[in-house]
Design a protein around this ligand. Structure first.
Ligand code: PLP
Length: 400
């Protein structure tokens, strides 16, 4: 369409949204679809948090706030970073926005010039490359290896950096891989980055508490305090507190960068919802006793899906350490033939076929830059997940 700006040629609609559309279409035709494609917890936002939002409404805290968030929210964010990550930020080094997504977008927009590049390890969260493209930068995809737990290796990083590199993205726990970087692995990456002062580091920790072993969490700014002036740590309440719809994320980093992100925000969306800010204060400061119950449930579901996949000839999966996704190798299904006589030629064929016949929605790995895999989100109610597993098993057994 000629009416659209040129930049629209560089951005694709989110594949997650595309799957959700197909799910709705099947449902409209009376099918019961089980959606394992969604990137959110099925749990309700904890009541004390919702109540804080309701209280904000009742007390007429419903007006504009400071662009980067209320003083109270910034204090709660500073408290969270000090408590969980031993990171100490001043209010001027903190910004809240309408989701981590907006903050990452603003960070790229504020720093990436045409022709500059951003290193994105694959598999990656679908939005990073498109955000970089919208900022007129070049996404540089570095394929990571399952045998290295899908984690960027220092040699790979060293090789990918050029004078035009502006950022490297480190997402831990990772979407879609569930990979969690250990402190020593981050230190090794920091050693490389010390040689390249032009490179900024984005630590996307949005899935931080969703981990299934007791290894303490490490984030880049913590292991490399000497690189603090070029590290942006992004987090939010979407995944940690089942608050995706509240649209509240936050970031902390050097003041020059936070200021620039704030300028962009002041001319685009302004402050995140005042009501959501009040709820986020509760989320970040009140006890999170609900969380161990969630983690237990998610761990059981994770195991259930892993057991199902282990029983399927043609699919294999390593236990992911975090988030709520399993990134399963489906290469053994490619080349197989469906009962209708169609050959599955790719991971997207497999995903499309599973949706059409088993009415189970999963995402194809190519959407995350890694063909031959499927992303299965298991943050789904127990009985639904159970049926989904049975459907997947039966469907795959019908292939010849
Ligand atoms: N980062 C990663 C890796 C994600 O998976 C998501 C959501 O899917 C986000 C950031 C954005 O989260 P939100 O904008 O809801 O805070």
């Amino acid at each position: 369409n000629n009416a659209l700006a040129r930049r629209m040629r560089r951005v694709r609609p989110s594949p997650t949204a595309a799957i959700s559309d197909q799910v709705r279409e099947l449902e409209a035709r009376g099918k019961t679809v089980i959606n394992l494609g969604e990137g959110e917890l099925d749990f309700a936002t904890p009541d004390n948090i919702s109540y804080a939002g309701i209280q904000a409404i009742v007390h007429h805290q419903t007006k504009y706030t400071a662009v980067a968030g209320t003083a109270e929210l910034k204090a709660a964010i500073a408290h969270k970073f000090a408590r969980d990550n031993q990171l100490h930020y001043t209010p001027g080094q903190i910004i809240a926005g309408s989701g981590a997504k907006q903050l990452i977008f603003n960070a790229f927009l504020a720093t990436v010039d045409a022709g500059q590049s951003v290193i994105i390890p694959a598999p990656y969260w679908v939005s990073y490359p498109d955000m970089v493209a919208l900022a007129e930068g070049e996404p540089v995809i570095v394929p990571c290896d399952e045998t290295h737990g899908w984690k960027l290796q220092p040699e790979q990083l060293a090789q990918a950096i050029t004078p035009a590199t502006r950022w490297v993205v480190l997402n831990s726990p990772g979407n879609p891989s569930g990979a969690v970087y250990r402190a020593d692995e981050l230190c090794a990456l920091a050693d490389v980055l010390r040689q390249h002062p032009q490179v900024l580091i984005l630590a996307d920790d949005i899935y931080e508490p969703l981990r299934y072993d007791d290894t303490p969490f490490a984030t880049f700014a913590q292991v490399a305090p000497d690189l603090a002036d070029r590290t942006l740590t992004v987090n939010g309440v979407s995944k940690s507190h089942a608050m995706t719809g509240w649209r509240l994320g936050y970031a902390a980093g050097p003041q020059w960068l936070i200021n620039a992100m704030q300028v962009l925000q002041s001319q685009s969306t302004s402050n995140p919802s005042t009501i959501s800010q009040a709820a986020a204060v509760a989320a970040l400061t009140q006890p999170d006793s609900f969380f161990h119950v969630w983690r237990e449930k998610l761990n059981t579901r994770r195991q259930q899906v892993l057991d199902t996949l282990a029983a399927i000839d043609g699919i294999s999966a390593q236990p992911p350490e975090g988030a709520f996704y399993i990134f399963a190798n489906c290469q053994g299904l490619i080349g197989r033939v469906t009962p209708e006589g169609n050959r599955l030629e790719s991971d997207s064929d497999v995903a499309a076929w599973l949706l059409a016949t088993a009415h189970v929605a999963v995402l194809h790995g190519s959407a995350f830059g890694t063909p031959g895999y499927l992303r299965i989100a298991y943050a789904v109610e127990d009985n639904l997940l159970h049926s989904a597993c049975q459907r997947l098993l039966a469907a795959c057994e019908s292939l010849s």
